[in-house]
Write a protein that binds this ligand. Structure first.
Ligand SMILES: [Fe+2]
Ligand SMILES: [Fe+2]
Length: 343
């Protein structure tokens, strides 16, 4: 567990700068710069290799001996804290568990600055997607789904009025739930039945992640007030459980509800665009996270972001109506391959 002070100094001076981490919480205008973490290229397998070095803190002190923990305190390390911005005062430690992330670069070779998503998860939104496509409710279940969503829109319109930035942010906190619940339940089903998922678990979890990225984007341009946070808390408690039960009872109905929710989302974002075009909402510069996630032009604006988000919602609409249609045909989702790369 012990390592001599001179040995540490020698290592600190010779270690190559390997990669840097950056937190993803940033203001729109201020790109976050995380502190650099330097570590042995070879994976640390024993506590002898745990050395306090310059960089962001990314390991639990549980893995450290008492002496190392003491040294952490001396060096200003803070267990469990987020990587601080700046760099000069950053203190870090090589992971005892050898799970460090390698250096990640963009296609142009520049350093990747996000830890919450990776370059290979970025994409160009399909802006050619048909925004008008609609599933006409014919069956009894379809009508329940359709009117449930229409009924939910009523209080939403009253609460948010024309504050579309805030509305988008709040609704994304709900929109990211169904994919996670559906994916989780399909995951459990796959385990219970010893059968493949047909790719649907991943597809639904990707949808949830995509919706969450919408939220991470919009919270850069609209800050929730305390009562809005409280509302999200309450709504999530109700909606998660309601959707969970709904999906257990009827995935056919649940996917149809989400399909209609996505149709409403497209409508909301279209209204958002109208307000931007009228000048009622300031068309500010696009958040940095959006520029990287959707591979937008560096000069992109909020309008460009809304356009790509709306295209995503159209994809979600298609995937969920498709999933519901599969159930309508009396088949299981895993009987047909899930859409690939469908955000
Ligand atoms: Fe969304
Ligand atoms: Fe969506």
């Amino acid at each position: 567990m012990m390592i001599s002070r001179s040995a540490k100094k020698a290592v600190q001076s010779t270690l190559p700068r390997y990669f840097s981490t950056a937190g993803c919480a940033s203001s729109v205008r201020t790109p976050v710069r995380g502190g650099a973490i330097t570590f042995f290229p070879s994976t640390a397998k024993s506590s002898e290799n745990v050395i306090a070095i310059t960089g962001s803190r990314n390991a639990s002190t549980v893995a450290l001996g008492e002496n190392q923990q003491q040294e952490e305190k001396v060096n200003g390390g803070s267990a469990g804290s987020s990587p601080p911005a700046g760099g000069n005062n950053n203190k870090g430690i090589m992971s005892y568990w050898g799970v460090e992330r390698p250096k990640i670069t963009k296609e142009d070779g520049s350093e990747w600055r996000w830890s919450c998503f990776m370059p290979w998860e970025t994409y160009n939104a399909d802006l050619k997607i048909d925004l008008e496509k609609h599933h006409a409710p014919v069956t009894f279940l379809d009508k329940i789904a359709y009117w449930t969503v229409k009924a939910l829109r009523f209080p939403t319109d009253i609460f948010f009025q024309r504050r579309y930035g805030c509305r988008a942010m709040m609704l994304e906190t709900v929109a990211a739930v169904p994919g996670m619940v559906g994916g989780m339940l399909l995951h459990c089903k796959s385990l219970r039945r010893f059968e493949h998922s047909g790719g649907w678990i991943k597809a639904l979890l990707e949808e949830a992640e995509n919706e969450r990225m919408h939220l991470m984007t919009f919270m850069e341009v609209a800050q929730p007030r305390w009562y809005e946070r409280a509302l999200v808390f309450a709504v999530q408690g109700v909606f998660f459980n309601a959707y969970f039960i709904s999906y257990l009872v009827s995935p056919k109905l649940s996917h149809r509800i989400v399909g209609y929710l996505e149709e409403e989302a497209i409508h909301s974002y279209t209204e958002f665009l109208k307000e931007l075009d009228k000048g009622n909402i300031e068309n500010v510069a696009a958040p940095a996270i959006a520029i990287d996630y959707w591979r937008l032009n560096p000069e992109a604006t909020l309008r460009d972001v809304v356009v790509v988000v709306r295209a995503d919602e159209a994809h979600h609409r298609d995937v969920n109506h498709y999933a519901s249609d599969i159930h309508y045909q009396g088949r299981e989702l895993n009987g047909l391959p899930a859409p690939v790369g469908y955000h």
